[in-house]
Design a binder for this molecule. Sequence first.
Ligand SMILES: [Zn+2]
Length: 135
Amino acid sequence: MLKKGVKLYSILTGSCPKCHMESMYVERNPYRLVSLFKMHERCSHCGTKYKMEPSFFYGAMYVSYAVGIAFAVAAFVISFLIFGASLLQTFISIIGTLIVFLPVIIRLSRNIWINFFIHYDPSLLRKTHASQNAS
Ligand SMILES: [Zn+2]
């Protein structure tokens, strides 16, 4: 279901938005907080520069607002509607969810943001395959 060539793949895995061949991040695990924001300068497969301009990823903050709301709504539905928690318990679970998932929310926002601007190029995958077959 989740395969290369679909934008969702790049968004969920944090892979290069252009070729989907490798992770944009130095450390794939977002919970290694020291390297949460550490990204490679360029994709070593297709040469795409991730940070297209200085402060490019500031725009991801707007996305993180929307992603955060999505997580909050999910926490609300699960605790209030499914488990029947009280309003206070629901509120606490929403705050807890946002704190626990903050690294994931930040990464997802960056992935979504960069995928607005850089689109998948299927020819890159074929090129890589061709060069692998040739060698
Ligand atoms: Zn790439």
